[in-house]
Design a protein around this ligand. Structure first.
Ligand code: NAI
Length: 325
């Protein structure tokens, strides 16, 4: 039998994890011949709820689930991990200012970054899902100085797959006909879903749809999809977010297909004028585990303006938590 791979999930008693954990245990990340150890981190008050989730995981008798470790101690949770899903974060509560939310989550991700730096496998792949995901990833990177920044990425995959699905519906094509949509910027309503480089089969996507649909329907639908799901369901996206987290991590493991890319929040190397170090969603390719930002895409004035607005928002977020960097 292969040696089990250590995977940590934070916020393990939360909604996203309720879908994510079962899919990980079923082998959806690393395949049906790779046993795993699930290390589950929660805050102390949520350990009771987590105990119920663990009962259900055990009840499934997953052949690949070698062991489950439950803890409220980050040093135990991150010990030797190769894959880290940072899902746990404080939700925004009534009356809470955005700056308070940033500050409280920043403290969580600073602490976790430090522990990951000390005890994780040096080749760890860390996916930040908890919001504000880009800035939380930035904080974790800055607090893990011994690890390369590209061990960390933030999730834009749900926005990316939302964009694919909206375009496929509009064109009455299967989602497999769509490639190379881009989500630029922040995982917030400011994000820029860009179709200028997207293809439907081998045709330019923007030659197949009306310009007004692209500007007035497609962009806001993708930007505000999370809000619409909350309105309809009374809770935020969970199963689709868990699916996106697995897709994101699988892409890091298996790479992107030739001629295609995905969107991911990564530390900028200055590409497209985005200030170095800012965690910004770019189109990226992945080969042999190495993330490369796609170079040389032409951006018109409309796109440049959208990128600029995202940069400004992320710089503002960075400014609000600069004492933790
Ligand atoms: P949830 O509120 O159901 O679960 C969050 C869990 O995190 C809770 O069980 C809480 O106890 C735990 N937690 C809080 N502080 C923690 C800490 N210091 N260490 C470990 N665990 C901690 O939220 P849900 O629906 O599971 O969402 C999780 C996060 O993912 C939220 O921040 C949400 O906004 C974000 N999200 C991000 C998406 C993306 O595309 N990047 C999409 C959907 C959600």
């Amino acid at each position: 039998m292969k040696t089990p791979v250590e995977i940590v999930v934070t916020g393990a008693a939360g909604h996203i994890s309720y879908s994510l954990l079962f899919r990980l245990a079923a082998g959806e990340l690393l395949g049906l011949d790779q046993p795993i150890v699930l290390r589950l981190l929660e805050i102390t008050p949520a350990l009771n709820t987590l105990a119920g989730v663990v009962m259900e995981l055990n009840d499934c008798a997953y052949p690949l689930l070698h062991k489950i470790i439950v803890t409220d101690d980050p040093e135990v949770a991150f010990q030797g991990v190769e894959y880290a899903f940072l899902v746990g974060a404080k939700p925004r509560q009534q009356g809470m200012l955005r700056s308070d939310l940033l500050e409280q989550n920043a403290a969580i991700f600073a602490a976790q970054g430090r522990v990951i730096n000390q005890v994780a496998n040096p080749k760890v792949k860390v996916l930040v899902t908890g919001n504000p995901a880009n800035t939380n990833a930035l904080i974790a990177i800055k607090n893990a100085p011994d690890l390369p920044a590209n061990c960390f990425s933030s999730m834009a995959m749900l926005d990316h797959t939302r964009a694919i699905s909206q375009l496929a519906l509009k064109c009455e094509e299967p989602v497999t006909a769509i490639k190379n949509v881009i989500i630029w910027g922040n995982h917030s309503c400011t994000q820029y879903p860009d179709l200028h480089h997207a293809k439907v089969n081998d045709s330019e996507a923007l030659s197949l749809v009306e310009h007004d649909w692209y500007i007035d329907q497609f962009i806001p639908t993708v930007q505000y999809r999370g809000t619409e799901v909350i309105k309809a369901r009374g809770q935020s996206s969970a199963a689709s977010a868990a699916h996106a987290a697995i897709q994101h991590m699988r892409t890091l493991v298996y790479g992107t297909a030739p001629g295609t890319w995905v969107s991911m929040g990564v530390a900028s190397d200055g590409s497209y004028g985005v200030p170095e170090g800012l965690v910004f969603s770019f189109p990226v390719t992945i080969q042999d585990g190495q993330i490369s930002i796609v170079q040389g895409l032409e951006l018109n004035e409309f796109s440049l303006e959208k990128l600029r607005i995202n940069q400004e928002e992320l710089i503002e977020e960075r400014q609000a938590i600069k004492h933790l960097l």
